[in-house]
Design a protein around this ligand. Sequence first.
Ligand SMILES: [Zn+2]
Length: 360
Amino acid sequence: MDMNSKIAALLRDFAAIQKSKQSMWGYKRAAAAILALEEPIESLLQPDGTLRKIPNIGPSSSRVILEILQTGTSPTVESAIAGSGQKSDIDRRNDLRGHFLSRAQVLAALRNKKLQGPTLADYRGDLQMHSTWSDGTQTLEAIVEAGVERGYEFCGVTDHSYGLPIARGVSMHKLFEQHRAIDTLNARYKGRFRLIKGIEANIRADGSVDMEPQELRQLELVVAAPHSALRITTDQTKRMVATVKTRGVHILGHPRGRKYGARPGVTADWDRVFEAATKTGVAIEIDGDPSRQDLDYHVAKRAVEAGCLFALDSDAHSTAELRYAETAIAHARLAGVPKDRVINCWPLEKLLAWLESRRA
Ligand SMILES: [Zn+2]
């Protein structure tokens, strides 16, 4: 196992059993810092056995990290967990950390020439992100500028639909206003960059999406994603199959809805969902938000075998998070997704024609 991931998991476990909020946050911050490291932590070990300074990692986290580097585990954390009476809860959280990549692993997968699949250079644009129109902090203009800077040709703006008020879902009225703003930007950047008018619609319990067909028709790109029933273990194959059969849906977004160490997401016979998606032509998303990584490469391999199309997206809520697309690309490379099956790697005209042909 990747040492950065292993250490971060133990620090998160340690955080979970702290009595004071302050130390809980201290260990959580340290875990996040390790997951965000660009290199394997072993490379930060100095000849005198100490660690090079890492921002956000205090002395007590450093002690735990050194224990793990020296012995493979942390007696401090192990005995604290054993005495906490929370062992089963800790084990449950650990089961929810499978196939997550640390930032160092993401960068290694992007560099690894032996892997098949899309490279950063093949990637022409990002198709799931949120702006100030819903729960994001990036303006449309900032998205265009950041997209151009990243060498993209397009970005899909997919704010939340009105059915998800908790994420400040946009009303249809607001959406039309947003479309006018997008038109203005597209006119200004004509030939250089294209914003695509999208939405992240919410998948209901029966698999339908929370927008009317005539509303979906107003959009160029519809991402349908689950935001409810993500902690139950009942089979939801029927729900997900119904979604990929819904006219007007282009992408099945963060298909499982899992969260790192917190929830398992949708339980389903994914092979059947992928088979249905291949038939209807809906692209399966790899969501690159580090806390989601959904699908991960392990499950994505099965979607490759089923013949699915893929969308590799950042799910960014700020321009700094646009780099989360790299996490999605890394998973696609580890899964061996052929690049011609990744809609983000298609030329803009081909992508727009495909989006139009599938409009509700
Ligand atoms: Zn979502």
